[in-house]
Design a protein around this ligand. Structure first.
Ligand SMILES: Cc1cc2nc3c(=O)[nH]c(=O)nc-3n(C[C@H](O)[C@H](O)[C@H](O)COP(=O)(O)O)c2cc1C
Length: 214
């Protein structure tokens, strides 16, 4: 049976805003879930053995290539077996946590999860990307244009030439406001962003509907 693949990457455990918003989604979600916590159990970075294994007959793999290939196979099968996706990817240094990038690098494999000859096997499946951030990067913010996470992930996860998922992004922002006196004036904006994020997540859990067959 198809399932929701829930991938976490915040290093902050239960204090993570991204994870808390994901919990609002999960509270409403009906159906099986496979959960992978990349902070608790990071997947290794892609190695030379992992890259070269992709282009060599498995019968000729070195032990290192066979091991690297087995990891990719496990992660790719888990990815392709899902009918819907929930990703929590907080902003770290204007980009994504390296733990999430390591996972992406393991599963983005030509002719397995995407192809140059048509839609990806996962094309059209719904995905929610939740990305908390300490600041604000929206229109009019002083750091507008400095968010290199959402555009990158919306391309990798959502572009029809890559994974082709049907991505919705939720960005609870200004999460530093409750902790930094200098940002106290921004607290109302933070609180509004949090309310909106939790509401959006709860709503999406019902509109995603039953996971599609893999
Ligand atoms: C290593 C690290 C780097 C961060 N870099 C940024 C950043 O570039 N911009 C920003 O707005 N917030 C940054 N933050 C703040 C986090 O985005 C913020 O704490 C957010 O709530 C983290 O998501 P989480 O609550 O889901 O863990 C950073 C936090 C950490 C731990």
């Amino acid at each position: 049976m198809s399932y929701l693949l829930h991938i976490d990457s915040s290093a902050r455990g239960e204090a993570s805003v991204s994870r808390q918003v994901a919990q609002s989604f999960r509270d409403q979600w009906q159906g099986p879930v496979v959960h992978r916590d990349l902070a608790a159990a990071p997947v290794p970075h892609l190695t030379a053995a992992g890259v070269t294994a992709r282009d060599i007959d498995p019968a000729r793999h070195t032990p290192e290539q066979a091991k690297a290939q087995a990891l990719q196979d496990e992660l790719i099968e888990e990815f392709l077996g899902a009918g819907a996706y929930l990703f929590t990817v907080p902003m770290y240094n204007l980009s994504m946590p390296s733990a999430f990038k390591a996972w992406l690098d393991q599963i983005l494999v030509t002719d397995r999860t995407f192809t140059h000859a048509g839609p990806s096997p996962a094309a059209g499946r719904p995905a929610l990307l939740i990305s908390a951030r300490g600041g604000s990067y929206g229109p009019g913010a002083p750091r507008e244009g400095f968010d290199y996470l959402v555009p990158t992930l919306e391309a990798v996860l959502g572009h029809e030439d890559l994974l082709g998922l049907d991505v919705t992004t939720v960005t609870p922002e200004l999460t530093m406001a409750p902790h930094a006196p200098a940002l106290a004036a921004l607290l109302p904006l933070h609180e509004a962003s949090m309310t909106s994020a939790h509401t959006h997540a709860r709503t999406l859990a019902t509109t995603f509907g039953a996971p599609r067959a893999a």
